[in-house]
Design a binder for this molecule. Structure first.
Ligand SMILES: Cc1ncc(COP(=O)(O)O)c(C=O)c1O
Length: 401
């Protein structure tokens, strides 16, 4: 057999999938390792997809997506970011993951460096390796409430650095970047002439803090603008299997974007596009209901962790809790989650799926049923006063982000 391209072996294994697939094979397991919203899709969204098939509207659409959907995404993004973008900067993609691949394909050549968060969503590293670039992780430390420090990011910039990856609200942390820090990060990118890819998958889910879009601080002048924003409906409306999102690009790149879309996916499935249009323009009760469900789940799981003396980051966004199990995991949280699944029938994502700083931590998904969540988190053993707290100044209190 001929060889694969050599850089393919650098694409890391996705540890979230590893544990989740093991959990799916385990009868009766409580699966808290994957971010799959648990509600049925809104009926009008399904109907719009079915109507598209009934009309046999199953030909290619424009590369960039059907015009009405681009408009609807542009409206939503104007609301979310406070920027005055036009629909010609919106590219409809096959979920946020394809948007990330598209953006990285445009911006990164072989050996170019991209700064990604540690801990951060696994495909930031996987996709950059896939395009033969080099992911360089910038640290988010517990003692800084897992927020980036400008000086730590800046220290990693070299003459190969091309892109700064941001993700707020964060998967896995549930942390949200505030306005000042977001502005400073955009200024940092401007100082060093870097692109920004901003993954805003969870923008609809913040709890008592605003979502701040880096695009708000970007220039609107072609040639100076540098922020790509990745959006998806996978989380906002629970459309994970319909594969639909959008990449909002800086002005002036439209022609290039069309070409690259043609080379990667040509266009997104038309029923998914019509379903997305219905989701964005129809009744929004699903989103409000989901937000309250996630908030209630966060509060329920937080209360259990607190009662057991297990430290966690107070989630201000997304639908995950980031909890410290270093007193249980003995320096190998990837192995520990497997043992915990076998012994206690519950799966959590190991923190190491998200980078080295995740050693000793787990990510608990809050998006399923509250009964399952409570059952799963309750099976965690209480923390004894073992003196093993790595951050004694903060004691057993939740870290606030
Ligand atoms: C931060 C982040 N980015 C991208 C994705 C991929 O989303 P999609 O299903 O829309 O491809 C996810 C999914 O979990 C995510 O959490």
């Amino acid at each position: 057999m001929p060889e694969l391209a050599p850089h393919i072996s650098d694409v890391p294994v996705n540890q979230i999938r590893e544990i989740t697939e093991a959990a799916w094979r385990t009868p009766g397991a409580v699966v808290l390792s994957i971010g799959e919203p648990g509600f049925p899709l809104p009926r009008h969204v399904l109907d719009a997809g079915i109507a598209c098939l009934d009309r046999d509207e199953t030909n290619y659409t424009p590369n960039a997506g059907i015009p009405a959907l681009r408009e609807a995404f542009a409206d939503r993004f104007r609301e979310q970011s406070g920027t005055g973008i036009e629909a010609d900067r919106v590219y409809v993609v096959d979920g946020a993951q394809q948007g990330l691949h598209l953006a990285m394909s445009l911006l990164l050549g072989p050996g170019d460096e991209i700064l990604i968060p540690n801990p951060g969503y696994p495909t930031f590293a996987m996709t950059s390796r896939l395009v033969n670039a080099v992911p360089v992780r910038y640290p988010l430390y517990p003692e800084h409430d897992f927020q980036p420090r400008i000086e730590n990011v800046e220290a990693l910039i070299t003459d190969r650095t091309r892109v700064l990856m941001l993700n707020s609200p964060s998967n896995p942390l549930g942390a949200v970047l505030g306005e000042d820090l977001t502005r400073e990060l955009v200024e940092l990118a401007r100082r060093h002439d870097l692109w920004i890819i901003s993954d805003e998958c969870y923008e609809a889910f913040t709890y008592d803090v605003p979502h701040v879009s880096p695009a708000r601080f970007d220039s609107s002048v072609p040639g100076e603008a540098r922020v790509f924003t990745s959006l998806t409906l996978s989380k906002t409306y629970g459309l994970t299997g319909l594969r639909i999102g959008a990449l909002v690009c800086p002005p002036g790149l439209e022609q290039r974007m069309n070409n690259v879309m043609e080379a990667i996916v040509s266009c997104v499935a038309s029923p998914s596009q019509y379903a997305a249009l219905a989701a964005l323009t129809g009744p929004q009760d699903y989103v409000a209901h989901a937000r309250e469900h996630y908030r209630a789940n966060r509060d329920a799981a937080s209360a259990i962790l607190r009662s057991k003396g297990i430290r966690f980051l107070n989630a201000q966004g997304a639908f995950y809790l980031w909890a410290d199990v270093s007193h249980l995991s003995g320096g190998d949280v990837r192995g520990w989650v497997r043992r915990f699944l076998a012994d206690s029938g519950v799966s959590f994502a190991p923190g190491t799926a998200f980078g080295s700083i995740g050693e000793g931590w787990i990510r608990i998904a809050l998006c399923g049923s509250q009964a399952e969540l409570v059952e799963g988190v309750t099976r965690l053993p209480e923390r004894e006063h073992d003196g093993g707290n790595r951050h004694p100044a903060r004691g057993q209190e939740p870290i606030s982000s």
